[in-house]
Each structure stands twice: as C-alpha cells, then as structure tokens.
Design a protein around this ligand. Structure first.
Ligand code: AMP
Ligand code: ZN
Length: 473
C-alpha cells in the first residue's frame, strides 16, 4: 500500500507523492530548537517523530535532504544573554552544543544542514525577502520602525490553522505595544532595535534591528532547499502563528506553493499538561539519565506512541520501555543462539517467516504503535517456536535480518562500546593537525568525511572526542 500521511493543511490523510517524481531527494524542513536553554524532552518528542519520518522514508527507498534550523536570535535568547551578561553567540553556543549532545544520546540522525539564523548568509536573505514583501505591498514599516506582514493582503492567511481572521479582528487591540500595527494579527518581520537588544542588531534599509522568528525559517528553508519543499514538520504549537506566517512570507515572495505536506506531532504531556519551559514541568535528557535510564530507553519511550496522539510522560512509562527493550534483547540473544546451531537437532516445523507488516503499519501515517504491536507479537510467536524447538537456523537468520531492516528505523540496538575504526581515527588525527594549523576549512571537510563514515567529532576542552553518530554530512 502507498505511503500516506495526515496533512495538517487539508486535515486529511493523503497519499505521499513527492514533488519531484524523478526521485531526487525529498526536501524536508524541520523547525529546530531555540537555543536559550537546554531543550526538554517534549521538544525531543518532536525531533524523534521527525527522525522516525526521515528513517521510514529512507527505508522505503527515498533519499531525504533535511534541514533543521537553530533559532539563535529571538526575544528569549536576547533576554537570556543579557541576564547572563555574555554576548549572544557565547550564550547560545552552550545550548546548541547541548542540543547536539542530547540528540546523539537519543540517536536522532543529524540533518544534512543545521543553519543558524544569525549566519550572515541568512540574515541577508531575510532582509532580501522582507524588501520583496514590502515592494509587493505585503509588508509595511510602522511608526515604531519595525516592519510587519500585512495579513489582510494575503488571502490564504489562516488556511493552515483553519483560522478565521474576522475572529482575530473582533478581539480588538489588546496589547498596548501593538498600537503601531494595521491589524492585530500582523506579525513582525523586522524588529527595530531598542535598548533591551544591547549589541544584538544588524543594519538594514529600515534602520538597525533584528529579524522576527518566522522570517528566519522562511529564509533558511528557501535558501537551502529552494522555493518549494515536500515536507515541513514541527509540534502542533508551531502551526499558528509560526507555520502560518512561514507560508505567508515564503509564498508572498516566490508566488509558489511553499510546502506539500505539513506534519505536526502532538505534545508530550506531564500530568495532562503540555511539557513546557514556561510551566516549569519539564525534564531534560540529562535529568532522565540521572535517574539511571539510558538514551536508548528514553528514545523508545518517546517513540512508541503514534505522533498525533498526546503522550503522557511518566516514570512508569520509562520502566515499561526498559522492560520492552529487555524483551527485544533477550529475543535477539535467543535467535542468535538458534542461528548458530545449524546442524543440531532438526526442527519439527519451520517457524513463521517475517512479513512486511511492520513497514506497512508505518506507511499508514507512521503508525508506530501498530508496527511495535507487530514486533511484539512476532517475538511472542517466535519465542514459542523456539521453546518447542520448532525454529531452524535459517528462520532465526531471517528474523535477525528482519530485525536489522526494521532497526534502521527504530535504532534500538543495545548500547555497546564500539571500537573506533582505523580510517576514522586517521581522519580525526588529520583533523587535529589541520586545527593546529588553523586550517578551519580543511578541518570542516574532515569533520564531514568522518560524519559520512557514521562518526561524529566534537571539540571539547580535552581535545577531540569521537562518538558514533547517525547519518551523513
Ligand atoms: P521551541 O524550541 O520552543 O521552538 O520548540 C522546538 C520544537 O519542539 C517545536 O517543533 C515545538 O513544536 C516542539 N515542542 C515544544 N514543546 C513540546 C512538547 N511538550 N511536546 C512535543 N513537542 C514540543
Ligand atoms: Zn520554524
């Protein structure tokens, strides 16, 4: 059966047809972390859902070109840097590193690109897009010197969120600081500098200022993936206003349909409430590790429920995850034993062979609960066959091969200390030399080569550290 997803835009399950039938990579944009503090595991539920999506597309033979941005300038990062009394870049760097570290712990594949909003290339693109929007009458500079998007001029505004603009109008102008806008729903594209911004500012034809959060994603997406992409993801809280604004900005500039499929995951909850920084009810990855759980166990706990169903985080849930993984480990060990007994006692019957049921469940809007249901049913069945000595070596091998195949999506291999291959170690050595010579270009090339071999190199105060990373450069 064909691959199909629930598209937030149409509110319907749609068959997946990539934009480019010539089988060029699928273009996927995923909104990344705002690096003003360490991401919580609610954020990681969103990133794990995106990881599952990418891996399943790959299992189904697609190549995926994924971009995940880093939001390193917006209100919260500026406030944080100011309160900490350090420059913005220094402030955000620590959380950016923490994000990559946690993502590795959770075995989330690195995106092909992780652009940062403050990179000059993207700031230039944001400015370019804003001027284009002004020239088309879709944006205006208000008395407060900030530039706003004029939502009344974009008839599709509200279509993603299924939002009625007249309702927005009827609420009146509630916030006094929005007096400059023509419409309460107009959102900032460029925020004029004020004292609270300190030295965080860029020059523009509208005076010094900084970009609004929404334009950052439109600029990075169109700069790296072009005017049109296949899939755009985030958590449901991103639908409005963030993704609605992204559509207005990107389509306002290009005149082309920005995204084909919008996929959003439901929230991770704590006691029935959204896990959020502002509510103080959150855990980070290190918080969970400190309780004695592994990244693999947390990955499983965040992965196991269908992405459109809210997931309540509990410690009992973590225990269940641990038990589920133990069952998998014991099953794999047993299959391994049977596989080795090639000429031992001949089995009376061949145990059931694996089918495509796991992949087919994922084809159905990533129905991971059904896919895992099938995995555990297979474990039960094959364990019974092994109990009764009805499994032969070839069947055991077929199940082990099947596990390898589905594990490309799950990535739940037991944790092992893997030796660093010679080739990787040599490249790392060359990179260290390049860095000593301050040859940053070469060092970056080598980092990418190492990443291509499935390893990740990090620079710490004790020198380079190599870890097994997923994905390629
Ligand atoms: P932020 O750093 O706040 O921009 O959020 C990063 C990503 O995490 C976005 O895609 C959000 O929609 C998502 N997100 C935030 N809180 C949760 C949560 N409790 N559960 C699932 N996803 C979330
Ligand atoms: Zn975004």
């Amino acid at each position: 059966m064909a691959l199909r997803f629930f598209n937030t835009y149409s509110r319907e399950i749609e068959e997946f047809e990539p934009r480019d039938p010539a089988a060029r990579p699928i273009k996927m944009y995923t909104c990344g972390p705002t690096v003003y503090s360490r991401a919580h595991i609610g954020n990681f539920r969103a990133y794990i859902f995106e990881d599952l999506l990418q891996r399943h597309l790959e299992l189904r033979g697609y190549k995926v070109n994924r971009v995940m941005n880093i939001t390193d300038v917006e209100d919260k990062t500026i406030r944080g840097a100011r309160e900490a009394g350090v420059p913005l870049r220094k402030f955000t760097e620590q959380f950016k590193e923490a994000f990559f570290e946690d993502a590795r712990t959770l075995r989330i594949k690195r995106a092909n690109e992780h652009p940062a909003a403050t990179d000059k290339r993207y700031i230039d693109r944001m400015i370019e897009m804003i001027s284009e929007l002004i020239s088309k009458g879709l944006a205006y500079q208000a008395d407060d010197k900030s530039v706003y998007f004029r939502i009344n001029k974009f008839p599709d505004y509200g279509k993603l969120a299924h939002f009625d603009l007249t309702q927005l109008q009827s609420t009146g102008r509630v916030k006094h600081d929005e007096y400059d806008k023509e419409h309460i729903g107009d959102f900032a594209l460029w925020k004029a500098w004020d004292e609270a911004d300190g030295d965080v500012k860029w020059d523009s034809q509208w005076g010094p200022g900084r970009p609004g959060w929404h334009i950052e994603c439109s600029a990075m997406s169109t700069a790296l993936l072009g005017d049109q992409i296949d899939i755009h993801c985030g958590g449901v809280d991103n639908i409005f206003p963030h993704h609605e604004a992204e559509i207005a900005q990107s389509e306002g500039v290009t005149g082309k349909k920005f995204v084909r499929y919008w996929l959003h995951c439901a929230h991770l909850l704590v006691d029935g409430q959204k896990m959020a920084k502002s509510l103080g009810n959150f855990y980070t990855v290190p918080d969970v590790l400190a309780k004695g759980y592994t990244g693999r166990e947390l990955r499983y706990a965040l992965l196991r429920v269908h992405y459109r169903v809210p997931l309540n985080f509990t410690w009992e849930g973590m225990e269940e995850s641990r038990q589920a993984l133990t069952r998998i480990d014991e099953w794999l060990a047993r299959l391994g034993e049977v596989e080795k007994k090639e000429n031992a006692q001949p089995p009376r019957l061949n145990a059931q062979r694996p089918t495509e049921a796991f992949e087919e469940a994922l084809d159905d809007d990533l129905n991971i609960s059904a896919a895992l249901g099938f995995l555990f049913e297979s474990i039960r069945e094959t364990n019974r066959a092994m109990d009764q000595n009805e499994m032969d070596a070839a069947s055991a091998r077929a199940w082990l091969d099947w596990w390898q195949r589905i594990n490309a999506v799950l990535d739940l291999e037991p944790e092992t200390d893997v030796a660093i291959p010679d080739e990787v170690a040599q490249l790392a050595q060359q990179r260290e030399n390049a860095r000593r010579e301050k040859n940053w270009k070469r060092s970056d090339e080598l980092r990418k080569q190492i990443l291509g071999l499935g390893w990740e190199v990090r620079d710490t105060k004790d020198g380079q550290k190599l870890t097994r990373g997923a994905g390629s450069a």
